[in-house]
Write a protein that binds this ligand. Sequence first.
Ligand SMILES: [Mg+2]
Length: 288
Amino acid sequence: MSVMHRFGFFSIYLEVAVKDYKLFFFDLDGTLVNGNALFPLANEVIEYLRKHNKRVFFLTNHPSRPREELGERLKKMGLEVGVNELITPTLAIKRYFSDRPSGSSVYVVGSELIKEEIKKMGIHVLNHSRETAMGEVFVVLGMSPNLNYEHLQEGFFLLQKGARLILLNPDICCPTESGMYLDTGAIARVYTSAAPRNHIKPEVLGKPSIWMQQVLLDFAGVDRPRAVMVGDSITSDIAIGQAVGMDTILLLSGVSKEEDLMTIRQRPTHVYSTLNEFYQKIKELAYV
Ligand SMILES: [Mg+2]
């Protein structure tokens, strides 16, 4: 039985409301992407929406790839995505540092590509903890397969000297076809548990942070009242959608499970078990 059917007449009202959406923001991992492949019907859903003149954007908290590379990766999986349709934590970094006085220094614990992206923004990037820093110092942490002990330790030296810790995303785990990967939030706990007197207070840039909310609102523009956020995580996707006043669709195909719905204050606008159920629903209701 579908999740929708369990909520009786209430869902009939919601099914009518869903017809007006003009903009769809999709999370990637656990929603359209499962590890290194698309979920079944991911491409069909996106094609269907585009064919019916809906605008589609893709949000990810995955911190290790620039937008161009992410676009290429999705293309290889079979999903054609324009760079300008991709929303990543890199855009939130830009937002964050554009609000600060110039002259900050950043040490990156994460991928080389993120380091390059930050350099392109004109921010001074430190190569190690002993280098003379300019202005306020930040350690930017983002999960990367190439992250090593030396980088983690250099970041910790800087944090002990008063640098501020920035997380590109808060997620503890990232779902893949082989199981859950340790994500940035889990690695950050190494720092917060090792720091004396808990003096490290990480700031988060990815979903659902205020920085990513601003990026989302920039993309939605005047169409925000007719935008919907689709994702698999209550704490990041549904939270960011609700924070900016959008409708939300939860797919139970990734990190959040049906029982998690019992513990939250505000339910997502719609809940579907899988992308398949979502696809059937949009066709059946002809809401596009
Ligand atoms: Mg996800």
